[in-house]
Design a protein. Structure first.
Length: 344
C-alpha cells in the first residue's frame, strides 16, 4: 500500500505544512467521512465546519484559509486546493503498479498483433487481425472481434465487447460491460406484418482520449461509421445509435439516448436522461438539461430544457406558468361562471 507524508505532498504541490510534517496517508476521503490515514480537502467554504471534526490525517486547504479554532489534522496550504486535488489523484493513479503479460487462460489468435508492455487478462479473447498498441490493459473477459484496432495506452475493463472491424483510439478508457459495434436498430416492415432486418455493414470509430462508462452501448453504422471524436466523455448506461457522430470534447451524463444518424457538435454538455431523436443536428457548445427531449435541430451555443425541449428562458417562463395551472384553472372557471351570470 502506497503511503505519502505531508512533507512529500507539500513538496510535490509547492505547499506549506501546518502541523505534523510526518503525518502519513494512503487513501483519499471526503471531509465528512475522513478517517486516520486518509487525505481530504476543503474546496467549498460551506464544508469548513468539518475541518474541525474530520478524522482525516491531512487536509488540503487554500493558502487563504485561516482556521477559526484548533484543527487536529495536519493542514497543507496550497494556491488552489481544487486543482491540487486533481494533481494528487493523478500522481496516486500513476504510482499504481501496472499489470503486464498475457494470461495463459487468454485466447490470442495467431496473427493478432500485441504491442509491448501490454496486459491481457484471464479469458480475454483476441481474434485474428486484431492490432493492440503499446502499453494497453485488456482486463479479463474482454472480447476483441476480427480486425479491431486498439491504440496505445488504452484500458478495456472486464467484460468490454468490441465487435469486428471497430477502431478504438489511444489513451481511451472503456469501463466494464461497454459494447462497441453491435448492430444498429434497423428494421423494415414487411407484407406479412413482421420486420426485415437491415444489414449493418459499417463500424464504430472512437478517437483518442475518449472515456466510455459501464454498460454503455455504441452501435455500428449501417454503412460508413458511427464516430466518437477525440476527448468525448460518456457516462454509464448511454445508448448511441447507428451512424451517430459526436464532436470533440462533448460530455454526456448517464442514460442519454441518441437515435440513429443524429449529430452532436463539439464541446456540448448533455445532462442525464436526455433523448435525441433520429436525424437531429445539435450545434457546438450546446447545453441540454436533464430529461430533455429533442426532435429538432439546435444552433450553436444554445441552451435547451424540457420535453419537448425549449430555449432556456422560454422553458423557465413556461415552467412558471405550469406550476400555477391549478390556480389559473380555478380562476378561469370562476370567470366563466361570472360571464354566464352576466349573460342572463
Amino acid at each position: 500500500m502506497m503511503e505519502f507524508t505531508a512533507e512529500m505532498i507539500a513538496g510535490f504541490l509547492g505547499g506549506e505544512v501546518i502541523g505534523d510534517k510526518n503525518a502519513k496517508v494512503h487513501t483519499v476521503s471526503s471531509i465528512e467521512e475522513g478517517k486516520a490515514g486518509s487525505l481530504t480537502y476543503l474546496t467549498n467554504p460551506k464544508y469548513e465546519p468539518f475541518v474541525y471534526t474530520t478524522g482525516a490525517s491531512i487536509v488540503l486547504v487554500d493558502s487563504s484559509f485561516t482556521p477559526s479554532r484548533p484543527v487536529a489534522a495536519t493542514l497543507v496550504r496550497v494556491a488552489d486546493a481544487g486543482a491540487c486535488v486533481l494533481r494528487l489523484l493523478e500522481m496516486y493513479n500513476a504510482a499504481k503498479p501496472r499489470r503486464t503479460g498475457i494470461s495463459p487462460r487468454a485466447s490470442v489468435a495467431e496473427g493478432a498483433v500485441v504491442g509491448e508492455e501490454c496486459y491481457i487478462g484471464d479469458f480475454a479473447v483476441v481474434e485474428a487481425g486484431v492490432r493492440i498498441g503499446r502499453g494497453c490493459q485488456i482486463y479479463p473477459q474482454v472480447y476483441l472481434g476480427q480486425g479491431t484496432t486498439v491504440g496505445d495506452g488504452t484500458i478495456l475493463y472486464p467484460g468490454v465487447k468490441v465487435y469486428e472491424g471497430c477502431t478504438i483510439g489511444s489513451r481511451c478508457i472503456l469501463h466494464a460491460g461497454a459494447v462497441i459495434g453491435a448492430d444498429g436498430f434497423g428494421f423494415l416492415p414487411n407484407a406479412e406484418g413482421g420486420f426485415d432486418k437491415i444489414p449493418q455493414l459499417g463500424n464504430v470509430v472512437i478517437e483518442d482520449d475518449v472515456e466510455i462508462g459501464a454498460n454503455t452501448c455504441i452501435d455500428r453504422a449501417k454503412t460508413d461509421s458511427t464516430v466518437i471524436r477525440r476527448g468525448v466523455k460518456l457516462d454509464n448506461l448511454i445508448q448511441i445509435g447507428h451512424n451517430v457522430q459526436i464532436g470533440e470534447n462533448t460530455v454526456s451524463s448517464a442514460q442519454t439516448g441518441i437515435a440513429g444518424t443524429s449529430k452532436v457538435g463539439a464541446n456540448c454538455f448533455l445532462a442525464g436522461q436526455v433523448g435525441i431523436a433520429d436525424h437531429v443536428t445539435i450545434g457546438d457548445r450546446v447545453k441540454i438539461g436533464s430529461k430533455s427531449g429533442l426532435d429538432k435541430d439546435v444552433p450553436d451555443g444554445e441552451i435547451r430544457f424540457g420535453y419537448p425541449a425549449l430555449p432556456g428562458m422560454q422553458y423557465h417562463r413556461a415552467a412558471n406558468v405550469f406550476k400555477r395551472l391549478p390556480e389559473l384553472d380555478k380562476r378561469v372557471l370562476a370567470l366563466e361562471k361570472e360571464i354566464t351570470e352576466l349573460k342572463k
